[in-house]
Design a binder for this molecule. Structure first.
Ligand SMILES: Cc1cc2nc3c(=O)[nH]c(=O)nc-3n(C[C@H](O)[C@H](O)[C@H](O)COP(=O)(O)O)c2cc1C
Length: 200
């Protein structure tokens, strides 16, 4: 599928066929996330794939009863990995030692300073980390669509209840759920702002 066709024909899917998704396809979705770009290449994401009905039923409850969350055969919990930022210096050194970037003195000093770098301020970690997870999540969405699967981003949920249910460790922050499955609907495109409205 040509990339613009993928963008234009994607829809949020809220009705799924009662058909499992092959593990190889789930693997491809995770691979799409794995190769996403991220700030300083920190790759600050972790994913949990949920397929069992009982857990999906619990997720539905924590997602304020959104029915399709249980009906989708797969739910992917997309988490921000806070610990990944502690390895930011290591990631930069990896880029340098593998010859992927030409090291500048300032870059080397920043790597060496590691966790004391002011870029580790909590609000920066949350903002950069959230951007990183969002990019990887949308990679999954677009890859799924190209593979004939439907998805829907879900943010409306009780975070604490879901983190408990899914046993998400304290170093991770659950940011978004993705439902995944074979679409059983063909929604019309939702309206978008014009180019004029989104440029300044
Ligand atoms: C961050 C984010 C959170 C969302 N949360 C929900 C949600 O909790 N429930 C839902 O049904 N759709 C949710 N959506 C889907 C949006 O409603 C949808 O993307 C938007 O209306 C545009 O429709 P489209 O995706 O079909 O183009 C979310 C989308 C995003 C990007």
């Amino acid at each position: 599928m040509e990339v613009f066709e993928t963008f234009e024909s994607r829809r949020s899917i809220r009705k799924y066929k009662d058909e499992p998704v092959a593990p190889e396809l789930i693997g491809k979705l995770l691979e799409a996330a794995r190769i996403a770009p991220s700030s300083s290449n920190v790759q600050s994401w972790k994913f949990k794939v949920i397929t069992d009905r009982e857990t999906r039923s619990g997720i539905r409850e924590a997602a304020f009863g959104q029915k399709f969350v249980e009906e989708a055969p797969v739910v992917i919990a997309c988490c921000l990995d806070l610990e990944a930022f502690a390895e930011r210096g290591k990631r930069t050194l990896e880029l340098i030692t593998k010859g992927k970037v030409r090291p500048s003195l300032s870059m080397m000093l920043r790597s060496a300073r590691g966790a004391r770098d002011k870029e580790f301020a909590p609000e920066r970690v949350m903002i950069n980390g959230t951007i990183n997870v969002a990019i990887a999540t949308e990679h999954i969405v677009l890859a799924a669509h190209a593979l004939g699967l439907g998805t829907c981003w879900i943010r409306a949920f009780d975070e604490e209840a879901l983190e408990r249910l899914l046993d998400i460790p304290g170093s991770l922050k659950l940011l978004v759920l993705l439902t995944v499955g074979y679409p059983d609907q063909q929604p019309a495109a939702r309206p978008r702002k014009t180019l004029d409205e989104i440029t300044i």
